[in-house]
Write a protein that binds this ligand. Structure first.
Ligand SMILES: Cc1cc2nc3c(=O)[nH]c(=O)nc-3n(C[C@H](O)[C@H](O)[C@H](O)COP(=O)(O)O)c2cc1C
Length: 198
């Protein structure tokens, strides 16, 4: 539903009919509170949500590297962030590398690995919102650096890094990023998305 607010941390979707509030309220901030931390329980809840997402033939071709701010894992992930991602994501409470297992150990391709991985990150994001957190997925990452840092096997393809944390005010970002943070959120219309609706 439409909502107007002066709070830069609230940016609900404009929908033609009401949605489950978690979906309506989810958005991807770049301003994260640099003092916020995740509890073990919150982090476990996020990973459980990813774990219980569906996958083709229940093959579960997803793996994760998780670093909380202050850890060597977090720092290694930050180092691999490219462009403006490096300017904001270091303030998040945790960074999660989402990795697709693209083939079995026997070399059989896992055709839906990236689809299944994406679905698990979607579930993780919704759970994060339920925990009072926000997420921001990133593809602007040096994947060779991630592969080397975590010694990933050939059949493990890192696909995204998700920043998780507590949303902060847009004004705390540098100007160019603050502008993006408050720009209108847009989507294609349902008419453009749905090719056939009978
Ligand atoms: C696969 C994927 C890659 C993305 N890569 C980046 C990125 O590198 N940097 C960034 O700031 N946002 C990135 N985003 C965030 C999208 O730009 C954002 O989700 C989109 O604009 C919709 O905004 P919303 O999530 O607030 O609804 C990415 C999102 C996805 C799903």
């Amino acid at each position: 539903m439409t909502s107007t607010t002066l709070d830069s941390t609230v940016r609900n979707a404009e929908t033609s009919v009401p949605l489950v509030p978690l979906l309506d309220e989810r958005w991807s901030p770049r301003s994260f509170d640099p003092t916020a931390t995740l509890t073990d329980e919150q982090l476990t809840a996020l990973l459980e949500a990813a774990r219980w997402a569906p996958s083709a033939a229940n093959s579960q071709p997803r793996r994760f590297v998780v670093g909380r701010r202050g850890s060597t894992t977090f720092d290694a992930i930050v180092k691999a962030l490219m462009g403006f991602n490096a300017a904001w994501a270091g303030n998040s409470s945790a960074l999660i590398v989402a990795i697709a297992e693209t083939s079995t150990v026997e070399g059989e391709p896992r055709q839906w690995a990236e689809y299944d991985l994406g679905q698990s990150v979607a579930h993780l994001s919704v759970q994060a919102h339920h925990e009072g957190l926000h997420t921001h997925q990133m593809a602007g990452v040096d994947w060779d650096q991630i592969t080397a840092a975590f010694d990933l096997a050939d059949n493990l393809k890192p696909v995204t890094v998700t920043a998780v944390g507590v949303v902060d005010e847009a004004e705390k970002l540098v100007d160019a990023l603050a502008e993006r943070e408050t720009a209108p959120r847009t989507r294609l219309s349902l008419d453009e998305l749905v090719l056939v609706r009978d």
